[in-house]
Design a protein. Sequence first.
Lengths: 105, 247
Amino acid sequence: MTSDRQDGRTGQPGQSFRYAVNVMPKPGILDPQGRAVEQSLPHLGVEGVGFVRVGRRVELSVAAADEAGARATVDRLAAELLSNPLIETYAIELLGAVAPLEAIR
Amino acid sequence: MTRIGVVVFPGSNCDRDTLHALELAGAEAVPLWHEAADLGGVAAVILPGGFAYGDYLRAGVIARFSPVMRSVAAFARDGGLVLGICNGFQVLAEAGLVPGALLRNRGLRFLGRDVLITPERLDTAFTRSVPDRHPLRMPIAHGEGCYYADEATLTRLETEGRVLFRYAQPDGRPAWTGDDDANPNGSLRGIAGVLNEAGNVAGLMPHPERAAEAILGSDDGMLLIRSLVESAAERAAAGGPVVVAAG
């Protein structure tokens, strides 16, 4: 995958880990996208669905000696780049250990 | 002649207009390339409107990590004058150089139209040439312009006199959230522009450079461009950053 190849340029040896970072608007922040989805529900004839919130999911692979090291990198990326802490929260999800990035490249 | 820089990111599209407006106001306007860390000895910096780095992920966030922004952040910390217009405001907010964030417009649509804004302060580096608090007309052009900050920050901005502009009704009264005509993006407390704590960095959602000549339908924006040029000239004459304190 292209993204893996780019990540692989760091050239770190060892294992790599694949994560999903789920970014959501904070509670209380107006989410006009979620509201637009809600407003479309009657057109589908769907009832009993509410409180729709629209977020963003980013998947990435991280080369590191162990999972703790990889997670620290993802945590930093999630806090500084992938989310804006003023308006969004994030949750990190480990998808699994994958082939070393070197091997993918 | 006072030298003022306009940052050019990939995707900036108001840089030429901004350079032109600065020249009309008597400045030596120079483009500053996003990959260059050298600000070329400018006395002030404008981050122009556009879609820096395609506005991918969130508007302004990728631009925040560019080489030029590291220098702009250092320049701002030293008291240098920085004005972010539209996308430039989004970049400043993402970089934490001004408080708050710009959310998707309340109505979800991209808005390109004239608005009225009222200056809350006439004694700042960015508004010193504005004669009074009558509303100024200039265009907005954005998809993410809904100003957001938490309640404590909003109250602090107001008590410290750091709300620079509010969207306004034709009679000059502020346009609060819910007044979709005068405050079309739904900005909290009608905020269209803010100052940082030291008063040397400002973010503004409407485009003064697009209202800098009568032929454009309004030259109200020139009052802001001229304010910046005068403040920068003072700074250059003093041989260092001139910080106009907020509050």
